[in-house]
Design a protein around this ligand. Structure first.
Ligand code: G3P
Ligand code: MG
Length: 343
């Protein structure tokens, strides 16, 4: 298929369509390029018969690096500029929580990267599990606490600190320690370690997860457990120990809040590239995961395209959450289909 048969009067239609791309499994596999992803960005950045930019944003459940850094990395892999103004990763919308909570426990990610991200988001007082272990190693009896971790930890007397919320930003690197500390906090009086709440529900601090995917494709032949499975384990142990259900908030695809946020990013991006802050009517979500990208896009009223380059296997559209536009060999086929339909 080609896109060369586009006519100039179709410029208005071109401004009224947009793409929301999933990243892993659509444009890249980790740090490895999916070649059609590079071609697609060239087309959308103006290498098309109209010579016009077709708006597109990136909507990923990925996490663990500051937006600026991840966009620079993606720009390099994809060979096209990826701006932070068109990029949403799982924890990006959580920056809005900074105005509500002073002291937060941020869980997950490599080293202290998620502390750095939370500080960039404007959180004033960011605690990570290692700060707590450095204060009292007996809190995590199975943890081997090395000198490097100790050197970069910020211990304090947590008996005198109220942690106001728990934010799981990325995948836990140490389930045992993170579960233990989260359970201690959830059962404490308003987030003060060393206390036990009289009422486990009214005195419980809130917990947020940046995304809910159970599994994530990696270099390993079978997908690996992700934040969603970490949460399932926590919910089960919380219920078994306290008898209460764990209330929690989840961000990321397919949660509606993330799509609402994406609309805001998209209209700002329209202003950036076309000097008009309007929302294109025909948005196409291109994704590889029916349970996050496709179900979320369908529920939000977007057109959805499922591709074969990621977690979805087989030659048929997903049965439970079919993509409205169908199944495509790769992202280039999906984009050409959408452009032919709209232009
Ligand atoms: O599941 C975590 C993440 O790797 C998924 O990324 O771009 O497919 O939403 P993405
Ligand atoms: Mg994906």
């Amino acid at each position: 298929a080609q896109v060369q048969d586009l006519a100039p009067e179709k410029v208005t239609s071109a401004k009224n369509m947009a793409f929301a791309f999933d990243i892993d499994g659509v444009l890249v596999h980790g740090d490895r390029l999916i070649p059609e992803g590079k071609k697609v960005l060239e087309i959308l950045n103006g290498d098309n018969e109209l010579g016009i930019k077709i708006p597109h944003i990136f909507l990923t459940n990925g996490s663990g690096k500051p937006e600026q850094e991840r966009c620079a990395q993606l720009s390099k892999i994809l060979g096209s500029p990826v701006s932070t103004k068109q990029f949403i990763q799982s924890h990006t919308p959580m920056s809005a929580l900074a105005e509500y909570y002073n002291t937060v426990l941020v869980v997950g990610g490599e080293g202290f990267r998620c502390r750095e991200i939370a500080e960039l988001y404007g959180f004033k007082d960011v605690v990570v599990p290692n700060d707590i272990v450095a204060w009292d190693e007996t809190i995590a009896p199975y943890r081997v606490f090395g000198p490097w971790e100790r050197a970069s930890a910020r211990p304090r007397d947590f008996h005198n600190t109220n942690i106001n919320a728990i934010l799981v930003f990325s995948d836990s690197r140490d389930y045992a320690t993170d579960y233990q500390i989260i359970m201690d906090l959830l059962q404490s009086e308003n987030g003060r370690l060393g206390t036990r709440a009289k009422d486990p529900v009214s005195q419980r601090i809130p917990i947020y997860f940046s995304q809910g995917d159970y599994l994530c494709p990696t270099e390993h032949p079978f997908p690996r457990m992700s934040q969603g499975t970490f949460r399932l384990g926590l919910e089960a142990m919380y219920k078994a120990i306290t008898g209460a259900e764990l209330e929690r908030t989840i961000y990321g695809k397919p949660e509606r809040a993330t799509y609402t946020y994406a609309d805001e990013v998209l209209s700002c991006w329209m202003e950036e590239i076309h000097a008009e802050k309007v929302l294109p009517e025909n948005v196409y979500m291109v994704g590889d995961n029916p349970q996050s990208d496709i179900i979320g896009g369908n529920l939000y009223g977007w057109n959805t395209c499922l591709v074969k380059t990621g977690v979805h296997t087989g030659d048929e559209n997903d049965k439970e959450n079919p993509a409205s536009e169908g199944l495509f060999e790769n992202v280039l086929h999906a984009v050409i289909h959408a452009m032919r339909k709209e232009l």
